[in-house]
Design a protein around this ligand. Structure first.
Ligand SMILES: Nc1ncnc2c1ncn2[C@@H]1O[C@H](COP(=O)(O)OP(=O)(O)OP(=O)(O)O)[C@@H](O)[C@H]1O
Ligand SMILES: [Mg+2]
Length: 240
């Protein structure tokens, strides 16, 4: 469960990139975070994960404040950032073992878990190559494997489908469904409205730092225009 309590953030004085955001993502829920480029999605996600300091408000992950109890809060989530270009000099296996060390995954469990995840995403045979030599999609996959290695309860994913091939994208969506079905939480941002509609229990739409809608797609259609296509609906909401 992720509780975002009246959170604001400014990079530049006088301009709030996230403005008094109030949002609760429940256990057992897949929540999609939508909004145009520059709306404040990544900024929000960076605050949830403790990468950016929160100016005002607080964020609790399973009741632990990322502000005041950040180490405990960080034990409760796995995070996939918007860019997978990191630790490029490490081999895939070195990166995953590094993640296993950070997350205190027992020695007897880590090998099995690495094998399971990397075989699922079809990068098992690449693990002895440097991440630098991976394609964008392969980098995305290794970052996803690293984030999910410790079986975290809350998944926080910033545009996770970007660059994934159809099979991996399908597998990830299935994993998200299984995760939520087991009573755990998935929070992800996306620009792919069809994915959000099919996958999410609820969505939130942010525009210019402000939350302009929270609810199911059905509620969104009812509230705005029943007949409109998803794309038109989105454009209309974010223009208001
Ligand atoms: N490091 C930064 N310094 C200054 N301004 C920033 C910085 N990062 C983001 N911003 C600004 O904050 C606002 C929100 O950006 P953010 O990256 O959160 O948007 P986003 O919704 O993730 O967009 P996208 O869909 O393009 O990923 C934008 O106006 C952006 O210019
Ligand atoms: Mg972003």
């Amino acid at each position: 469960m992720i509780e975002i309590k009246n959170v604001s953030k400014s990079y530049v004085k006088g301009k709030k990139s996230v403005d008094n955001l109030e949002l609760e993502i429940k256990d057992g829920e897949i929540f999609g975070f939508l909004g145009p480029n520059g709306a404040g999605k990544t900024t929000t996600i960076r605050m949830i994960t403790g990468i950016l300091n929160i100016d005002e408000g607080d964020i609790l992950i399973d009741g632990k404040s990322i502000k005041n109890n950040s180490l405990e809060a960080k034990k409760n989530f796995g995070f996939v950032p918007d860019s997978p270009d990191m630790f490029l000099k490490l081999k895939g296996i070195e990166y995953l073992l590094f993640m296993a060390d950070i997350c205190d995954i027992p020695q007897d469990k880590r090998k099995e878990r690495i094998e399971e995840l990397t075989k699922k995403f079809e990068i098992y045979n690449q693990l002895n190559n440097q991440i630098e030599s991976y394609s964008h999609g392969m980098r995305q996959k290794i970052v996803i494997c690293g984030a999910l290695l410790s079986e975290p309860k809350n998944w926080i994913l910033d545009e996770p489908m970007t660059g994934l091939d159809p099979k991996s994208s399908y597998d990830l969506k299935e994993m998200m469904r299984e995760h939520a079905k087991a009573g755990k939480t998935v929070f992800f941002s996306t620009h792919i409205l069809e994915v959000a509609e099919k996958l999410c229990d609820r969505v939130g739409i942010i525009n210019n730092g402000k939350l302009v809608f929270v609810g199911t797609f059905e509620e969104m259609k009812q509230k705005f225009k029943e007949e409109a296509s998803l794309e038109k609906l989105f454009l209309e909401i974010t223009e208001r």
